[in-house]
Design a protein around this ligand. Structure first.
Ligand code: SAJ
Length: 419
């Protein structure tokens, strides 16, 4: 059996090496020539624990080849980005282009699997019309399904294997063939449904999380007004067996949770009210955080204060700062005319003008440290090391990740988002 994987990013590359290391011949395709060259030379263009050794093994065994062009295969897996446009509508250009690119290569009996997260009905309404150009009868000569990736960056290989998998076929045979395929390495349960339901499942998983986080963010704002520590309130509420409230923060980043809910809003704007409001609530958090910083400085009578922004990645312990709320917070600080430095131990290259690799430089003459990402490095930061360096001892923790008492002991005024 041979698989052709279209798109060698955070999902396509790990999936490719997984199949290859289970003895299946895999041909990986990407339009990014630089990425293709790198992968051929066993170099990574993305970071993920465990990927390097698996890539080495896959290339060395000869089971994994890479180029910019698809090849004939038994199975085609599409794992390309599906971002949103400026106006919050789905951008399906990559899905369309990837589907078109395989049309000349599909043969009778082949299976095409879409892994990218897409608005419900995309397989039926966007992919199938393109695949019809292949002159094969869809459902009997060409099988099609949606099997959304559900892995979390940072733990991709563990979750690829152990998570349950949703398989949505356009008909029974498509579902059966797809389930058979993923049984190669999936140890979790494989649940078979139809393609549109599978699309909906994936989108609502991420929407559930977004709405839940928006609820937490709203509670944080309310708590600040009424003198409650929202973190303690949520912690205690979650002891209830049927309550699972997520956590507030300076915003929701990443390429999935802040994107996928818009697919539902676009499909049914009149009906997707909570979903729409949740998106707006979460998107309001960076500005809320920046204004909070401004307020704190004003309350302390600090003019021309300087902020040390701690954490640029979109979440803790990853090196990915695309769509990060931190960038939005910084943008709002700039708009407010507030001076800042930025520091993130996981972002090894300076990508921002005021970014520094030295924590000492970041906190020098700072009037407030604002923790925006819950990296382990920040949780274990020693206040006695930082105290002599700053101009004013104030720390704002938007992720509730530091030991408040420790910092207070060393003379810091500790403020927490939602408290
Ligand atoms: N966040 C909060 N409060 C929380 C949890 C998260 O503010 O309680 C923030 C994070 O700081 C981050 C953002 O939300 O900025 C998203 O982080 P995340 O860890 O929730 O999710 P992602 O984007 O890394 O991955 C999600 C996962 N989906 C779910 O957990 C339902 C993953 O399983 C999906 O495969 C992935 O989206 C995807 O590709 O769709």
């Amino acid at each position: 059996k041979k698989i052709c994987v279209i798109g060698l990013g955070y999902i396509g590359l790990p999936t490719s090496v997984m199949f290859a290391n289970h003895g299946i011949q895999v041909h990986g395709v990407d339009i990014n020539e630089k990425a293709v060259k790198m992968i051929q030379q066993k170099q990574l263009h993305i970071e993920e624990p465990g990927l390097q050794e698996r890539l080495n093994k896959a290339i060395d065994s000869g089971k994994f080849t890479v180029s910019t062009q698809p090849e004939e295969a038994d199975v085609f897996i599409i794992a390309v980005p599906s971002p949103i446009n400026e106006d919050k509508t789905a951008n399906l250009d990559y899905v369309r282009a990837a589907t078109k690119s395989i049309v000349p290569y599909v043969r009778k009996g082949n299976l095409v699997v879409l892994e990218s997260t897409v608005p419900p009905r995309t397989v039926e309404d966007v992919m199938i019309p393109i695949l019809r150009e292949a002159d094969l009868e869809i459902g009997t000569e060409l099988f099609v399904s949606h099997s959304p990736e559900r892995v979390i960056p940072g733990r991709i290989f563990e979750e690829l294997v152990n998570n349950d998998r949703i398989v949505g076929g356009i008909n029974e045979e498509s579902g059966r063939l797809t389930a058979e395929l993923y049984k190669t390495f999936v140890k979790g349960k494989i649940h078979i449904t139809d393609a549109t339901t599978a699309e909906m499942v994936k989108v609502i998983e991420n929407t559930y999380r977004d709405v839940n986080i928006a609820f937490a963010n709203e509670l944080a704002k309310i708590s600040e007004k009424i003198g409650v520590d929202v973190w303690e309130a949520i912690r205690l509420a979650n002891f209830h067996p049927r309550v699972n409230i997520h956590l507030p923060g300076p915003g929701v980043g990443g390429h999935c949770i802040a994107v996928d809910p818009w697919f539902l809003v676009e499909l049914q704007p009149e009906l997707a009210k909570i979903v729409n409001l949740a998106r707006q609530t979460n998107d309001s958090m960076p500005e809320y955080t920046a204004l909070k910083i401004k307020q704190i400085l004003e309350n302390e009578n600090i003019h021309h204060g300087r902020v040390a922004v701690f954490g640029l990645a979109f979440k803790g312990n990853v090196d990915d700062m695309r769509e990060s709320p931190s960038l939005e917070v910084i943008h709002h600080l700039e708009k407010l005319g507030i001076d800042y430095t930025a520091y993130d131990p996981h972002i090894k290259e300076n990508k921002l003008a005021r970014q520094t690799q030295q924590i000492e430089e970041a906190v020098a003459r700072a009037d407030i440290i604002a923790i925006l990402t819950d990296h382990n490095e920040f949780k274990t930061l020693r206040p006695e090391k930082i105290a002599p360096l700053v101009r004013t001892k104030i720390i704002l923790d938007t992720k509730n990740c530091i030991d408040r008492n420790e910092w207070k002991k060393h003379g810091f005024h500790v403020l927490v988002l939602g408290d």
